[in-house]
Design a protein around this ligand. Structure first.
Ligand code: C5P
Length: 298
């Protein structure tokens, strides 16, 4: 027996934005948000293999995803080393199922998964609060995936307030074959906005009470208009989903391009089948998840 620990596997879920308001443009070029994020059961899988040397290397099932230091997994590992002074290396094997450039947070979730796994593999013993500090330095959405479930996120998105959401909600997710530039969408947001009275409109009450119709009515994403301006096919896709009669509400997630509909549990199978027949893109039936990136226990 050598002393080398076995590889670890993390399942990294996607997210939907059930509500997203842009509050203001910040001096650093980012935007302050008020958003409700929901983890869903569509996963990337990240395997983390220990290595003797200090190298950080990554192989990815999707050749279009960069495997170098541009990848958020590698950036998360580098940030963790800076934060702790740990000098260890690792090899990552990333199986992508969450489409990139779709507003589903796949890269951010993978980064959160890397933090969770390396914390264990390197024996760092960091609390979730300390990991959250590292996560915020890696990307706006990374901190959310440490806890996942349902959360209200503010600031750039990195200030995470977990919310109780006792009921499982069902969604059909449509991923058009289109990558959207997040920076491009934010650049097209028109200021000054007529701000919504967020607390009165956000679907918090519906989430807490399990009111699926209310949740459907309360869906909102400020980034839809600027994303649709650059990609008219997305506006058309949303209109098709809304007109299909399968959903109690339809919205885009994040800065796009993925769209989703909320449906009653009993309608999910039919809604999924009918949505597939619309040929708007890769289509998945998904449900809400009560956690974030998690180690798979062998
Ligand atoms: O944080 P992330 O790398 O995902 O952001 C990508 C781009 O999206 C940023 O460079 C910025 O232009 C824009 N963005 C923003 N405000 C946020 C999050 C992202 O303006 N809260």
């Amino acid at each position: 027996m050598t002393g080398r620990p076995p590889p670890l596997t993390v399942r990294c879920p996607a997210k939907l934005n059930l509500y997203l308001e842009v509050v203001r443009r910040r001096p650093d070029g980012y935007h302050d948000l008020d958003t409700i994020m929901q983890a869903i059961d569509l996963f990337d899988e990240l395997e983390v293999v220990p290595r003797r040397g200090p190298e950080l290397t990554l192989e990815c099932s999707d050749a279009s995803v960069p495997a170098d230091a541009r990848n958020l997994v590698v950036r998360a590992a580098l940030a963790l080393r800076r934060h702790t002074g740990h000098a260890g290396g690792a090899h990552f094997r990333l199986a992508k199922r969450i489409p990139a450039g779709a507003g589903l947070g796949g890269g951010s979730s993978d980064a959160a998964g890397a933090l969770v796994a390396l914390n264990r593999l390197w024996g760092l013993g960091l609390s979730t609060a300390r990991l959250t500090e590292v996560a915020a330095a890696v990307g706006s959405d990374v901190a959310f995936f440490l806890t996942g479930g349902t959360a209200r996120c503010t600031g750039r998105g990195e200030q995470v307030e977990p919310l109780p959401a006792p009921r499982t909600f069902h969604y059909v997710l449509v991923c058009p074959a289109l990558r959207v530039s997040t920076a491009g969408v934010y650049a097209r947001v028109r200021f000054p906005l007529t701000p919504r009275r967020a607390d009165a409109i956000m679907p918090l009450r519906e989430l807490a009470s399990g009111d699926v119709e209310g949740l459907g009515r309360a869906l909102f994403n400020r980034l839809e208009a600027p994303a649709f301006l650059g990609h008219p096919s997305l506006a058309n896709g949303k209109a098709c989903l809304a007109a299909s009669g399968n959903f109690v509400g339809v919205a885009m997630t994040g800065s796009g391009s993925a769209l989703f509909g909320v449906c009653r549990a009993a309608d999910r199978a039919v809604a999924l089948e009918r949505t597939m027949a619309l040929h708007l893109g890769q289509t998945h039936g998904v449900r809400s998840l009560a956690h974030g990136a998690r180690l798979v226990v062998a």
